[in-house]
Write a protein that binds this ligand. Structure first.
Ligand code: GLN
Length: 193
């Protein structure tokens, strides 16, 4: 099997941390800033950061339509935190304009100022028995899943924080900020599926 090439959208946010994890795996990696850099990618990660800024930059670099087109052609995509926001079909306050790829309704900054950031162990069946240590930073939540999108993890209060739809993956937290590469490996398994 060919070694997959995974790109990380490198406009803003913590793309370097994703690349650092990917480099520990046996694959090719690429920073993506221009539409031409999407060509030949097997998967694209949209990192955490600030979704308003990232959406603006995505439009300045004319990346919106090319990303949507490549995903329709079968490129896998994974959004973490701000990236999850950008993958949604519906955002609670209609800002920024998302890519509209995953059938989910999302609320930004859903945990309020009191709990800006927190960490917790999540049970994620697709990763095996060992819990996944999840870092949440001004995180969104998935308010509603539609059309057969699969829940992968939720908080004890029932808020969905990870979901998959075909070759699209969304996590409200930041697997790139821990030493546990299981989510990155899971994304690679989606690319190869
Ligand atoms: N709150 C940010 C937003 O709305 C996301 C935070 C993050 O990516 N850590 O874009």
């Amino acid at each position: 099997m060919n070694v997959p090439t995974i790109g990380v959208l490198a406009l803003q946010g913590d793309f370097a941390e994703h690349l650092a994890v990917l480099r520990t795996l046996d694959i090719d990696t690429r920073e993506v800033r221009l539409p031409a850099e999407l060509e030949g990618l097997d998967g694209l990660i949209i990192p955490g950061g600030e979704s308003m800024t990232m959406a603006k930059l995505m439009d300045s670099y004319a990346l919106r339509e090319p990303i949507r087109a490549r995903v329709r052609e079968g490129m896998a995509v994974w959004g973490t935190c701000a990236g999850l926001i950008l993958l949604a079909k519906e955002l609670e306050d209609n800002r920024p304009e998302p890519l509209g790829l995953m059938d989910m309704d999302v609320a930004r900054n859903a945990f309020g100022r009191q709990v800006d950031s927190f960490e917790t162990d999540l049970s994620v069946a697709v990763l095996g028995k060992q819990p996944f240590h999840a870092v949440f930073i001004r995180a969104p939540i998935i308010k509603q899943l539609r059309n057969g999108i699969q829940e992968l993890a939720s908080l004890p209060d029932g808020h969905v924080v990870a979901a998959r739809q075909e070759r699209m993956l969304a996590t409200a937290f930041h697997p790139e900020l821990t030493d546990d590469a299981r989510f990155h490996e899971y994304f690679l398994s989606m690319v190869n599926s």
